[in-house]
Design a protein around this ligand. Structure first.
Ligand SMILES: [Cu+2]
Length: 196
């Protein structure tokens, strides 16, 4: 969880820096208008390196999955990607810790790692790895809610990280997880939607 603490600290410092800047010049009125902390603005299809961090010695990867990050697909996207457009690759045997944030102000969302199947299921199915889902899975996290999952990627293969709220996954709300027997470090790559 350390990378998340660092990130939040960085946000706090930015906010603090803004407040200090205001106090030098335009005074309290401007300071009061200082924007509330906002996540970095991401365009659909853009990969933010901050989403992924890992500890090679501990063989642990931390990934920040953000439901409805952009308006793409009626917000039925993860991190601004739909239909498998983003792939998280992790080496076999590593522990995968996924922080899941629902950035959608309207709809509930969840996340679950499932075997790669076509068509994508219309609702929650048994997870591919023990513990690889958020709670509640079918009901979803409320807008701005947060949960996490942690599991060991103990077998190679292609998997989906998909939303278990009925209809969302089938509508395109899924990205990919690849557990690799040859990769030496985790990576995050964007690929054209629908391609494997
Ligand atoms: Cu959803």
């Amino acid at each position: 969880m350390r990378p998340f603490v660092v990130k939040e600290l960085a946000v706090a410092l930015v906010v603090l820096g803004g407040a200090v800047g205001c106090s030098k010049g335009t005074g309290a009125a401007a300071a009061a208008k200082a924007p509330v902390e906002e996540p970095r603005v991401i365009e659909s299809g853009e990969v933010d390196p901050a989403w992924l961090s890992y500890d090679a010695a501990a063989k642990t990867v931390n990934f920040h999955l953000i439901a409805g990050l952009t308006g793409l697909n009626g917000a039925l996207n993860f991190n601004g990607f739909r239909d498998g457009g983003l792939t998280l690759t992790v080496p076999k045997g590593w522990t995968v810790a996924i922080r899941v944030t629902n950035h959608d102000g309207m709809l509930p969302h969840s996340a679950e790692v499932i075997p790669a199947t076509k068509p994508v299921p219309t609702g929650a199915v048994p997870p591919a790895f023990d513990g690889a889902f958020t709670v509640p899975l079918a009901q979803g996290l409320p807008p701005l809610g947060e949960d996490g999952m942690r599991f060991i990627a103990d077998r190679v293969g292609s998997f989906l990280i998909f939303c278990g709220v009925p209809g969302h996954g089938a509508a395109g709300m899924w990205v990919r997880l690849k557990v690799s027997g040859t990769a030496t470090a985790p990576s995050l790559t964007a690929a054209p939607a629908g391609k494997s």
